[in-house]
Design a protein around this ligand. Sequence first.
Ligand code: DQA
Length: 149
Amino acid sequence: MRRLVFVLNGPNLNLLGKRQPHIYGHETLADVEKSVRDLAGELKLEIRFHQSNREYEIIDWIHEARETSCGIIVNPAAFTHYSVAVLDALNAYDHPVMEVHISNVHKREEFRHHSFVSSRADGVIAGFGTQGYLLALRRVAFLVDQKAK
Ligand code: DQA
């Protein structure tokens, strides 16, 4: 299996670093991508890193990942809380899925407490800031290595 991991980011995450920094911090999505790529190099994983404000693009990338990848790390952002379509796409994916939220969604408004994606995710990380992406990547690497043994 190809050691390729898709890292998918939903709406408004293009504004990371500028958007509500008291909640999401000062790092930009480009900073996150760099950290993810650096760690992926150590873990001998390849990365496809994407962000979109359009639900169908996230779905199309999940479909693409079905054919090519060994794991998905997804921060679906607001789609988390209402997108059955993103859940359905992930349900058609056979490898590890890690759901990441920069903020602790459980400490925030009640509408953020429910995630459609969590019923498919193999792991959920919330409230670890942008470090959550790196923890999720380590977990995917661990699961992929374990499977290869
Ligand atoms: C988020 C949390 C979501 O509730 C919110 O809609 C986001 C970002 C996070 O990373 O903390 O856009 O997924």
